[in-house]
Design a protein around this ligand. Structure first.
Ligand code: SF4
Ligand code: SF4
Length: 183
């Protein structure tokens, strides 16, 4: 059955305006899709459409959007924000959306794995032993990394480690209630 109408709420727009200093710019969007036209992700994956994401935020579909795995496809290149004729801070609003998704315990597993590597090694993509040995044979200098202890302290200070753990607990509960945790 075709949906006849969708309820529109301004609550999410107001929340975005409170969470970001230029969040209220979303109110100027007139759905021209210039942002989608310049988006490198949309070019290869039409499931990721910044115009539609802005529309979802404008119409108040917060609950649905913080669960949408597509929101994590943005590369934060800021092309959309640069070209928007209305001055909507598209990429920044999408970052606010991902922050809300993280707070709701929806931080994706593949990014959790990257954060764990970052905290352990100081690099998001730690080189393999083979790469390190090849670099040495080629006379390349040792790769410099940030101090993992400092990264961990920063993430703890920001409450990010706790948020990741919250997401993991939520997943465990989901598995238990669906019987997935039983042998
Ligand atoms: S380019 Fe700006 S005005 Fe056009 S759809 Fe995207 S956010 Fe809205
Ligand atoms: S910041 Fe994200 S939404 Fe905007 S153009 Fe880049 S990938 Fe697309």
């Amino acid at each position: 059955m075709v949906e006849a109408y969708r309820e529109i709420s301004s609550h999410f727009r107001k929340e975005l305006a409170e969470l970001h200093e230029e969040g209220a710019s979303i109110n100027y969007c007139y759905q021209c899709a210039t942002c989608s036209g310049i988006c490198p992700v949309f070019r290869y994956n039409p499931k990721y459409n910044p115009r539609k994401l802005i529309e979802g935020m404008l119409t108040g579909r917060k609950e649905e959007m913080v669960k949408d795995p597509n929101i994590w496809l943005c590369t934060v290149c800021h092309n959309c924000t640069e070209v928007c004729p209305q001055g909507v801070r598209v990429s920044e609003l999408l970052t606010v959306l991902r922050n809300l998704a993280t707070k709701a315990g929806n931080f994706p597993d593949h990014l959790k794995a990257e954060v764990k590597v970052l905290v352990e090694t100081g690099l998001v993509n730690a080189p393999s032993k083979a790469t390190i040995s090849r670099r040495a044979k080629m006379g390349l200098p040792e790769l410099k990394t940030a101090d993992p202890a400092e990264i961990k302290a920063l993430l703890e200070h920001l409450g990010f480690i706790e948020l990741m753990a919250k997401g993991e607990k939520k997943e465990e509960k989901k598995e238990e209630s669906s019987g997935g945790g039983q042998q």
